[in-house]
Design a protein around this ligand. Structure first.
Ligand code: DAH
Length: 358
């Protein structure tokens, strides 16, 4: 019987010579496939006598295993080499400066949220969140707006089907329910802002069905209206970057605060343009007040011990004012030309040390 050593050497050399996956597969079929050389030798075993068949069979099996192992090893090596070649070809130098013309832009809403967060964070506020789909109770009742209260009509609410347990649900019409969720889940002192999406069924130049608000809430034992005023005056001047910006508090009404106020900032309206500053005219930008004792009690806070203030403002509105964006609806049209014009460079993260916008 001829030795298999020569054949083995020949086959191993062919494995090593296979330059890619396709060549390797071709070799595998030629050696181990149905009509392959080793398979052919196996088929001849039947003509041998039992003793010789046993010996030859074992040798052929060994050969088959050796060749299969060599194939595997070669395949692994070829894959590793292909990956290395690809990594080399697609190598990027991460230390190169970015090319501004190919980077995306930060949407003015995101930018404005980052800016106001930087200002309030500096005053010791943290950021709280709540869900877009809210219980009717948190959105209204817990804020002292009981069923049938006229304020409910003003909200143009999107009502949703009841939850499985019968809970009435809405798309939140303001960020104020985050006040309720926060008071229920953490103990005073509380100092939070809650930026987020809000929804009302309304659409024109100044209303979109989805828009953004930021809510603020401060609760502790000694906070009073003076703190509310100081905090919001400071915010307005920092945000609009006008040191002597006039800020005025005008008595108003909200069910969840008592007393309540609306805040106006100084401006000038000249030939269709708006300028912020000490020019004698006024523009309303937010609502605020001392949290109503009933609201505190409904969220499990002892109103004889704790008090505080809250405020809420529209994020699109202050963004439009600061960046001169004339039409609210354009915020949500996803027009790349608009975003290129009004958007912000991603690496300029707003912070108070370097200025909010550069
Ligand atoms: N939730 C009010 C709205 O959507 C805004 C608001 C006003 C929030 C006064 C407050 C507040 O927390 O004190 O119109």
């Amino acid at each position: 019987m001829d030795s298999l050593d020569g054949l083995k050497a020949e086959l191993l050399a062919a494995v090593t010579a296979a330059a890619d996956g396709a060549a390797l597969e071709e070799f595998r079929v030629a050696a181990l496939g149905k009509k392959g050389r080793i398979t052919g030798l196996m088929k001849q075993l039947g003509s041998l006598d039992p003793e010789a068949r046993k010996e030859r069979g074992a040798a052929l099996n060994q050969l088959k295993d050796d060749i299969a192992a060599a194939l595997d090893a070669r395949q692994t090596a070829l894959r590793a080499a292909a990956l290395a070649a690809r990594l080399e070809a697609e190598r990027i130098d991460v230390s190169l400066p970015i090319r501004p013309e190919v980077t995306g832009r930060i949407h003015p809403i995101s930018q404005t949220i980052d800016e106001l967060t930087a200002i309030f964070a500096d005053m010791g506020f943290s950021v709280a969140q709540g869900p877009d789909i809210e219980d009717d109770f948190n959105n209204f009742t817990a804020l002292n707006i009981p069923p049938e209260h006229p304020a409910r009509q003003m909200h143009d609410t999107f009502y949703l089907p009841d939850a499985a347990d019968g809970t009435k649900r809405v798309l939140r019409t303001h960020t104020s329910p985050v006040q309720v969720r926060t008071m229920r889940s953490v103990k005073p002192p509380i100092r939070i802002i809650a930026p987020g999406r809000t929804f009302r069924s309304d659409y024109d130049m100044t209303h979109t069905p989805m828009f953004h608000q930021v809510e603020g809430l401060v609760i502790d034992e000694a906070t009073h209206m003076g703190h509310l005023k100081g905090c919001l005056i400071e915010f307005c001047r920092a945000f609009f970057d006008v040191d002597d910006l006039p800020v005025r508090f005008r008595p108003s009404f909200f069910p969840f605060t008592e007393p309540s106020a609306e805040v106006d900032i100084g401006c000038a309206r000249e030939r269709g343009t708006l300028k912020l500053g000490n020019y004698g005219d006024w523009l309303e930008i937010l609502g605020c007040g001392m949290v109503h004792p009933k609201v505190l009690e409904m969220s499990g806070i002892d109103s004889t011990r704790y008090q505080g203030f809250a405020f809420g403002m529209g994020i699109e509105r202050i963004a439009m004012l600061k960046y001169g964006i004339p039409d609210l609806r354009t915020f949500f049209e996803a027009d790349l030309r608009w975003l290129k014009h009004y958007g912000f460079v991603p690496l300029d993260v707003p912070n108070l040390a370097q200025g909010l916008t550069r």
